[in-house]
Design a protein around this ligand. Sequence first.
Ligand SMILES: Cc1cc2nc3c(=O)[nH]c(=O)nc-3n(C[C@H](O)[C@H](O)[C@H](O)COP(=O)(O)OP(=O)(O)OC[C@H]3O[C@@H](n4cnc5c(N)ncnc54)[C@H](O)[C@@H]3O)c2cc1C
Length: 415
Amino acid sequence: MSSENADAVNARPDDAPSGDGPCGPVWDVVVVGAGPAGASAAYAAAVAGRRVLLLEKAELPRYKTCGGGIIGPSRDALPPGFELPLQDRVHAVTFSLNGRFARTRRTKRMMFGLVNRPEFDAGLVEQAQKAGAELRTGATVSRVEQHGTTVPDRRTAAVVLADGEVVLARAVVGADGSAGRIGAHVGVKLDQVDLGLEAEIPVPATVAEDWAGRVLIDWGPMPGSYGWVFPKGDTLTVGVISARGEGAATKRYLEDFIARLGLAGFEPAISSGHLTRCRADDSPLSRGRVLVCGDAAGLLEPWTREGISFALRSGRLAGEWAVRIAESADAVDARRQALNYAYAIKAGLGVEMAVGRRMLALFAKRPGLLHATLTGFRPAWQAFVDITRGATTLGGLVRGSAVARRALNALDRRA
Ligand SMILES: Cc1cc2nc3c(=O)[nH]c(=O)nc-3n(C[C@H](O)[C@H](O)[C@H](O)COP(=O)(O)OP(=O)(O)OC[C@H]3O[C@@H](n4cnc5c(N)ncnc54)[C@H](O)[C@@H]3O)c2cc1C
């Protein structure tokens, strides 16, 4: 045998490029979860020309408890050419304080859009597939292993499915949502968990007309809680969110909210609940060859609990850095790339989350002050409009405007 052939026979799998292993192909990137974060990660890695597998436990399209509010940063983070399946365009907001002091403010230009999540998410997955990612639905991931007998070498992670099948990857992106397995593997730490309850309520045309183009935001009775009505053609998405642990009070808030709006007579097509989770500032975003993004990483705006833009933006970054991890020569290099991902997240979304935390603390203590400021102080309303349109972000506003910084500091002191 020539020495070249001997080398080939003796070569460990981790010296080989991605190819077929004992458990099938070694994917460059395996993404777990096909929500906005996972679809975005799969798209980013596939566009870079890598072999990408997207694993999703549900069949698509699948329902997700969500208002479906698409603010400017979400729109701006969509793959090029993606047509938003908008159900309505928001030009007016009615604010109320636990049902009282309702005031409607309007804008000529659209503030933000509303989508049905099943359609929106399925569209994003299609974009990832068009870019070359392979999709497997009905594939529930039960764990990831980075050591042990399932892992052939140090450059590979093993993704184990519920039926015992093992899928090998050079890099793994965990995008399996707020109750996901991959966040637990990475050791994501949380400092806020909330429960959101929603009802999808089909309404007659006369009621739908009254809501067209207008949302309602109600600052709720429990600290940090709020409710919303998001119109989507002949259906209203009505929901509330509050700190976890107050399930009965949150349910009562939703029932009272629906009754107060005169919607109690209409039978919801879907009633559901879902947890939202915000990461602690020092929470990890990676472990070895595994990155987490979106809800799985606890990336969510703590005040409004807006998470689609966080999922899309962190998903794209995770996909891009997963490509680099897949290419890395050894564990040290992989770790360097993972730290770069964490740095990119902290420098962008981390700053927005920090401002959101301050807003939530203020709002939890003084909802009336926030209501009065938004409805009675024009610059505050304008800032709200600018944030929803994507002209700025909470973080950008505080960084770029001394007036906004002083106002937030003053509000902090009054709270
Ligand atoms: C009541 C409520 C209202 C909201 N309203 C808004 C809003 O109006 N606008 C906004 O921007 N954000 C909103 N959010 C937040 C937003 O819904 C989330 O932040 C967003 O869905 C996060 O996307 P994701 O891709 O990280 O996770 P998800 O959308 O949860 O997707 C995770 C995917 O992973 C799959 N999965 C889970 N476990 C596994 C497994 N073991 N194996 C394989 N697949 C798995 C799931 O089936 C799912 O498809 C709301 C949240 C709630 C609870």
